[in-house]
Design a protein around this ligand. Structure first.
Ligand code: NAD
Length: 266
């Protein structure tokens, strides 16, 4: 039985993660946390998630000396770095879904977790993981003559843009074309921007309502276009994927893994 800690347990994803753990025969929730000052401290994590009472009250920190295997973290970049420090000190593995970490934060995170086995993915759904593979393949075949655009849509509360998944799709595209994403990415267009530069990878962002997550990669050529599209309709898909990663990472050697590793696609 894997002993799991969910941080950010009252968040949109946190509640789904608590539910996924409660529904699993292979995992047990041993702690749940929220940020200091949250009005939900002390509430049972299972009740809040709409499953049965789990006897795990939400605290503002992970109890000292707690016996745990893995922390699942879908919070904020700052909180994730703090959780990573603690996980490394206590020898607990991590599954990280938080997006929006900048380059410095990503470097710091890798350094902190250098001696641990960690799974980090911008999207834990099986469909998106497979889409990344298909995008890389398509980009290798459809050369720069096919203009590549990534269009993503998310709910009105999302704070980072483009989404972590859109950036992963951009990385997959760049890998397929053997270029560096930083050299070819176009993140915004406004005014007289001139004709499209061949080989660029464009990003477009939509925010609104309760859209769980929609990603489309468009390869627009002359006389034809190809679209690879993924639509998430229920956040449980991310939570189940993250739990699958949490069960998998227990047997791995130190290293930073992604969902492609978990699914055996790498
Ligand atoms: P949310 O704002 O609903 O939840 C985040 C929670 O973290 C909040 O409840 C917040 O109070 C809590 N938190 C902040 N600081 C904390 C701390 N120090 N300790 C404990 N809890 C703390 O956001 P969300 O929609 O659940 O998304 C969270 C993150 O996960 C975002 O970065 C989002 O982009 C990402 N996400 C990733 C995937 C994926 O598959 N990788 C899927 C969905 C969302």
């Amino acid at each position: 039985m894997h002993k799991v800690i969910i941080v950010g347990a009252s968040g949109r994803m946190g509640r789904m993660l608590v539910r996924a753990v409660a529904e699993s025969e292979h995992a047990k929730l041993v702690a749940a946390t929220e940020r200091e000052g949250s009005t939900l401290l002390g509430v049972d994590a299972g009740e809040l998630a709409g499953v049965q009472t789990l006897g795990v009250a939400i605290h503002s920190s992970i109890p000292e000396g707690l016996d745990a295997d893995v922390i699942i973290d879908f919070t904020t970049p700052k909180a994730t770095l703090a959780h990573a420090k603690l996980a490394a000190q206590r020898g607990i593995q991590m599954v990280i879904g938080t997006t929006g970490l900048d380059k410095n934060e990503l470097q710091t995170l890798s350094a902190i977790l250098a001696a641990s086995a960690t799974v980090k993915a911008s999207n834990f759904s099986v469909g998106v993981t497979l889409a990344l593979q298909l995008i890389e393949q398509a980009a290798a075949v459809l050369e720069a003559d096919y203009d590549a655009e990534i269009i993503e849509a998310h709910h009105r509360h999302k704070v980072d843009a483009p989404s972590g998944t859109a950036l992963s799709m951009g990385e997959a595209l760049a890998t397929g074309r053997q270029v560096a994403l930083d050299d070819v990415a176009v993140y915004s267009r406004e005014g007289i921007v001139g004709a499209r530069e061949s080989g660029s990878i464009g990003f477009s962002v939509v925010r609104g309502g309760d859209i769980v997550g929609k990603h489309q990669v468009l390869f627009a050529g002359l006389g034809e276009s190809l679209e690879i599209q993924h639509t998430a309709t229920d956040r449980m898909t991310f939570a189940r994927g993250a739990l699958r990663a949490a069960l998998w990472v227990g047997d791995q050697e130190a290293g930073l893994y992604d969902m492609r590793d978990v699914l055996g696609l790498n």
